[in-house]
Ligand binder design. Structure first.
Ligand SMILES: Cc1cc2nc3c(=O)[nH]c(=O)nc-3n(C[C@H](O)[C@H](O)[C@H](O)COP(=O)(O)OP(=O)(O)OC[C@H]3O[C@@H](n4cnc5c(N)ncnc54)[C@H](O)[C@@H]3O)c2cc1C
Length: 378
């Protein structure tokens, strides 16, 4: 399915697809096997302009919108959702706050090289004791003369093991509640910051880690956008991130459906292709319907951002539908492939593992249902 997108966006989709096939695809097998994100990926994405889709040309961006970035993530995820996530985190979560809330010096020092792919960024919000319940983070930043001293522990942080800098969300004044949070840009690696790799079930080519700060001293200029009031900034950053990650979910779902449809047309059983049985074709039809509905919701949320709106319910609807479409479609694909889908090395096996990422990150499916319910007055 393709919406009646503008000629410009359709051309962009083709360029993104070509990039995914020519540049990302050759890296996938080795990156997944080694569970490493190749740094040349960022350089290639930067050179092709794909790290700065939404940023203005003045900082090296393309000046396009959230819908374009969502389409890019969709096309990259069809090839490899793990590598797509690594790129997306560096080009959005770890850089958007610098563009939106950073001063000129911070933009030149961090944003500009990140958009070229010369350096990699990460975004540290989640902690061992606080994931969905973000307000319960305990990382503290205490002012000491001209410096800030950061103590705390962030976990499941994408790109933590390869990042050159990381945005860290911390309380500067816990007595002020949500108003007492700030963001800091912290250089990595640092001998006082302990980064521990974490293994996981999917997205193997996207590295994640736990990051421990034990009285880490950073200069005053590391504070991003003020000593307080970061909560709204974090939420704004996550809002767009949720739409972009939903693009990855629908790309994952569509790839699984397309592979399974092709297989169902070819694979014979009892003298005819398995796809001639409604037991195979109807689940695929349902997965296609759910994915198409999810894509519409995702594009709508992206479009709203591009119209300068700040959607909330639409973002949660999109993220929830897209994540669940990815889970449903990859489950159907494994069933259609039978044993051929369960063995290591089959693409649907990777898609199935990768899909489990989507209902967890950037707000779990339960949290998005909570947001939708609250918008219904419940
Ligand atoms: C691969 C991967 C990459 C990640 N990358 C990053 C990153 O780069 N930066 C970062 O900061 N974080 C990152 N995360 C963390 C991610 O955002 C969190 O895992 C997510 O927010 C959920 O938090 P949690 O894991 O602590 O689960 P919890 O919040 O403990 O939730 C556990 C379960 O309880 C449910 N639950 C919680 N509260 C409610 C409620 N009120 N009602 C109903 N159900 C509820 C949840 O939906 C979930 O099913 C990453 C995670 C993964 C897996």
């Amino acid at each position: 399915m393709d919406l009646n997108l503008s000629d410009e966006l359709q051309a962009f989709r083709q360029t993104a697809r070509d990039f995914a096939h020519r540049t990302i695809a050759p890296l996938v097998d080795e990156a997944e096997a080694a569970e490493r994100t190749p740094l040349e990926l960022f350089k290639a994405a930067g050179a092709a302009g794909f790290l700065g889709i939404r940023y203005p040309e003045s900082v090296g961006g393309q000046g396009a919108g959230v819908l374009a970035e969502t389409i890019l993530r969709e096309e990259m995820a069809r090839v490899c959702s793990g590598l797509a996530a690594a790129i997306s985190v560096s080009s959005h979560l770890g850089t958007y706050p610098i563009h939106e809330f950073g001063d000129d010096e911070q933009q030149q020092r961090y944003l500009v090289p990140a958009l070229k792919g010369e350096v990699v960024s990460a975004f540290g919000l989640t902690e061992p004791g606080a994931g969905s319940d973000v307000r319960s983070i305990t990382t503290r930043a205490v002012r000491d003369g001209d410096d800030w001293v950061i103590t705390g522990r962030k976990t499941y942080i994408t790109n933590a093991t390869i990042a050159d800098f990381m945005i860290v969300v911390a309380y500067t004044d816990p007595t002020a509640g949500l108003d007492g949070m700030a963001m800091f840009v912290v250089d990595l690696p640092d001998s006082k910051i302990e980064v521990t790799r974490l293994g996981k079930m999917g997205h193997l080519s996207s590295e994640i880690g736990e990051v421990a700060f034990d009285g880490v001293r950073v200069p005053a200029r590391a504070c991003l956008g003020g000593e307080r009031g970061a909560w709204a900034k974090v939420m704004k950053t996550l809002g767009i991130g949720r739409v972009v990650v939903s693009g990855g979910a629908i790309g994952t779902a569509q790839e699984a459906i397309d592979l399974a449809v092709d297989y169902a047309k070819e694979r014979p059983a009892f003298g005819k292709p398995i796809g001639t049985n409604q037991g195979i074709s109807f689940p695929l039809a349902r997965a296609e319907a759910h994915t198409e509905a999810a894509r519409l919701a995702v594009y709508k949320a992206a479009w709203l951002y591009d119209q300068a709106s700040e959607p909330v319910k639409e973002v949660s609807v999109a993220k929830y539908l897209a994540a669940e479409a990815a889970i449903g479609a990859t489950d159907v694909a494994i069933r259609v492939f039978g044993g051929a889908g369960y063995v290591r090395g089959s693409k649907v096996e990777r898609l199935y593992r990768d899909a489990r990422y989507f209902p967890i990150v950037e707000g779990t499916s339960e949290i998005h249902q909570r947001v939708i319910a609250s918008r219904l007055g419940l």
